[in-house]
Design a protein around this ligand. Structure first.
Ligand code: MN
Length: 256
């Protein structure tokens, strides 16, 4: 049937003796489970071809990963900054620009939320423990699906509607976070220490949501609030410009 194609921004990592292009499988599983077809776009494509790479797709997920280079928000590098990936920065910034131009639905996750904020003119805390110490451990040393801190979601918001709740307990694997919010974004979720955990753009005809946690890790909980985010993206992508009229967009039928 007409399942929308959802691009996942990939990374290149070195292990077992080779550079490997891909994403954590949980992103692909979450999209597939929500009714979309995940398409991995590797930074090896290069920013100059970002527009062509996105041509066939109906939605974009900017995934988690390394720190964004502070040069993109004109800040000096903190000594506590983690590893950088300039090729990925440039590729994802290009993907995001194209996606916005085409009004493709975009879901940002962890680093993806940070990339979106930087792309729109915001800044980041480069290392929460040294720059904004708080009571909550945001870079938890636990399993990927361990729920470690509460998140409060603004209601009403597109995020609350997608999640189906205003309060949840999430996993948390980040040492960076939004510092100065970009113009045009609204904060839709916070941790109890005030760290921004969700943003969205409203008042436009686009669809842009981003979260600081990792909802993809709960693909084994298909009915969870986390997984509803992917379903909301797939529904929005099904209705995005360029899709043929008459495509199924109701939640129940996409699972069918
Ligand atoms: Mn967190």
């Amino acid at each position: 049937m007409n399942r929308p194609l959802i691009a996942l921004s990939g990374s290149i990592r070195h292990y077992d003796g080779a550079d490997r292009a891909g994403v954590n499988a949980s992103y692909a599983r979450s999209i597939a489970q929500a009714g979309g077809i995940p398409i991995i776009l590797t930074p090896a494509i290069g920013e100059a071809a970002a527009s062509q790479a996105l041509a066939p797709v109906h939605g974009l997920v900017l995934t988690g990963g390394h720190d964004v280079d502070p040069e993109h928000y004109e800040s000096p590098r903190s000594p506590a900054l983690g590893p950088l990936d300039p090729a990925r920065d440039n590729f994802e910034l290009a993907l995001f620009e194209v996606a916005r131009h085409r009004k493709l639905p975009v879901l940002g996750i962890c680093r993806g939320l940070q990339v979106i904020n930087v792309a729109l003119g915001g800044t980041l805390w480069q290392d929460l423990p040294t720059e904004r110490p708080g009571a909550i451990q945001h870079d938890a040393q636990v399993s990927r699906d361990a729920r470690t801190h509460h998140v409060l979601v603004k209601e009403p918001s597109h995020l609350a509607k997608a999640l189906g709740t205003g309060r949840l307990v999430t996993n948390s694997f980040h040492h960076q976070a939004i510092r100065d919010l970009a113009p045009g974004l609204h904060v839709t979720a916070w941790a109890e220490d005030g760290v921004i955990e969700g943003v969205e753009e409203t008042g436009t005809d686009g669809w842009l949501l981003a979260v600081q946690w990792h909802p993809e890790e709960f693909h084994q909980e298909p009915g969870s609030a986390d997984q509803r985010l992917f379903h909301a993206l797939v529904v929005a992508a099904s209705a995005s410009p360029g899709r043929r009229a008459g495509l199924e967009t109701t939640p129940g039928r996409l699972h069918g």
